[in-house]
Design a protein around this ligand. Structure first.
Ligand code: ATP
Length: 441
């Protein structure tokens, strides 16, 4: 990896989608709410390196890649390529950027035009940019196809005549046609058979060395990231939560999300297979309405309790999940108990005589555990409020006792070689420094 100035510098990049407001929203006259697909991403990609961008499906990786290439217009922030602000490029400068920065898509089935021959597909960028003579272009296509491991006898064939791996090689040849400096590889091997994946990754590695390419490799597959990348940026719900050298991230992950992602990968070594796993649980919240504070806090196994609360982490996690469900009004109070045991009225709740049974039944359903004092009482109070149909009171009661810094304040990513956006690392918690100090595991 080079230590030169970054080739790509992304600063607070934002891509909100406004166009998908549903007809129902409009009929109801609701304010349009954007999908915050990319929400303040900052990163740098240095010449010659491969930066990985990893995260679960839907966290905004592809949108980030396409927005920084200006295949989609950003709604905020700044991208510099070779020191030039990409959003301000016009005319020949924009054309040059379009040549220098390319993309390889995940799906070689849909990204290649089925009506074009392989020669036409790989030649198209040369035609569009009017590079060389017709003969020179044909020669370049031959050279490229050979370089990616395809026979030049196949120039007149169509994409459907090739296997998935061969099609991806064609996509790579096309991306390299204009001799770019930077290539976004968007899940380049996810659609391929496992047996072919390594071949394509090795090809990309060789091409990087040979042509001095810089890569941004988007993948949800951590083994691909580990195999190929120099550094890795971990993305969650539109934000980067941790960036660092790939070995550090894999050997010593800091952010609880990174830890959970790594823990959720099946382990090959038998010794580790039985190890207790902190796998990712719960749903990914909607990017239309991301959680306040730290976006991962609704699923985080290390969410930080108030300083004056002495509580076991597992119990706190369960109580925070209960709170979230109360805040989201995501509990069906009408169906508590056995077969219509309680008559629940939306505004009145259940009859006074039924409250304690209702609370017991609701607690058994929501929290599969006995609660130690004082939590038994606090939770019983909140559930009694629900028994009375009073969501707001239940919410307030739980919030007063359990509100976390993780929901009040958004952690900054910070700077340096391995920054982490988590309150466990930013000095918010007195006497603690990092997840190992803090975790109850
Ligand atoms: N054109 C669009 N209009 C509205 N929402 C969109 C649009 N494109 C993407 N999104 C939303 O933005 C979020 C991020 O999507 P994106 O495809 O960038 O994620 P990803 O991490 O690349 O996931 P995947 O690996 O599944 O492609 C998702 O919630 C997605 O539904």
């Amino acid at each position: 990896m080079s230590t030169d100035e970054p080739l790509v510098r992304v600063d607070d990049l934002e891509k909100y989608f406004w166009e998908n407001d549903s007809i129902l929203d409009r009929l109801l006259g609701d304010e349009p709410v954007p999908v915050r697909a990319v929400d303040g991403v900052s990163l740098e990609v240095y010449p010659g390196e491969t930066l990985g961008l990893v995260g679960e499906s839907g966290c905004g990786k592809s949108t980030a890649g396409e927005t920084l290439l200006r295949l989609q217009e950003s709604t905020g922030g700044r991208v510099e390529f070779d020191g030039e602000p990409v959003s301000e490029l016009r005319g020949s400068d924009l054309e040059e950027f379009r040549r220098d920065a390319q993309i390889v898509f995940q799906d070689p089935f849909s990204s290649l035009d089925p009506r074009m021959t392989i020669e036409q597909i790989v030649r198209q960028p040369l035609d569009i940019h009017d590079v060389g003579t017709v003969e020179e272009r044909r020669e370049r296509v031959r050279e490229l196809l050979e370089r990616v491991g395809l026979s030049t006898d196949q120039l007149d064939r169509y994409p459907h005549e090739f296997s998935g791996g061969q099609r991806q090689r064609i996509g790579i040849a096309r991306a390299l046609a204009l001799d770019p400096e930077f290539v976004v590889l968007d899940e380049p091997t996810s659609a391929l058979d496992v047996s072919v994946q390594a071949q394509v990754l090795n090809l990309l590695d060789d091409l990087q060395d040979e042509f001095g390419l810089t890569y941004l490799l988007i993948s949800h597959d951590l083994s691909v990231i580990r195999h190929v990348c120099d550094r890795v940026a971990v993305m969650y719900l539109g934000e980067i939560v941790e960036i660092g050298p790939v070995e550090e991230i894999f050997e010593d992950p800091s952010h609880p999300y990174t830890r959970a992602l790594l823990e959720s990968v099946p382990r090959a070594a038998t010794g580790e297979r039985d190890r207790e796993r902190e796998t990712l649980t719960g749903d990914v919240p909607s990017p239309r309405n991301p959680p306040s504070g730290c976006r991962f806090r609704t699923r985080c196994p290390m969410v930080i309790p108030p300083a004056d609360l002495d509580i076991d982490q597992d119990l706190y996690r369960d109580l925070m999940t209960l709170r979230q469900r109360v805040e989201d009004r995501d509990i069906s109070l009408e169906t508590v108990g056995e077969d219509d045991q309680f008559e629940f009225d939306e505004s009145e709740g259940v009859a006074d005589a039924d409250v304690s049974d209702f609370v017991a039944a609701l607690q058994a359903r929501l929290l599969d555990r006995d609660l130690p004092a004082p939590h038994d009482e606090i939770v019983a109070d909140a559930l009694a409020a629900l028994a009375g149909g009073n969501w707001d009171d239940a919410e307030r009661r739980l919030r007063a006792e359990y509100e976390s810094i993780c929901e009040r304040e958004s952690p900054d990513l910070g700077n340096g070689a391995h920054p982490v956006a988590c309150h466990l690392y930013d000095g918010s918690i007195e006497g603690h420094d990092g997840a190992d100090d803090y975790s109850s595991h």
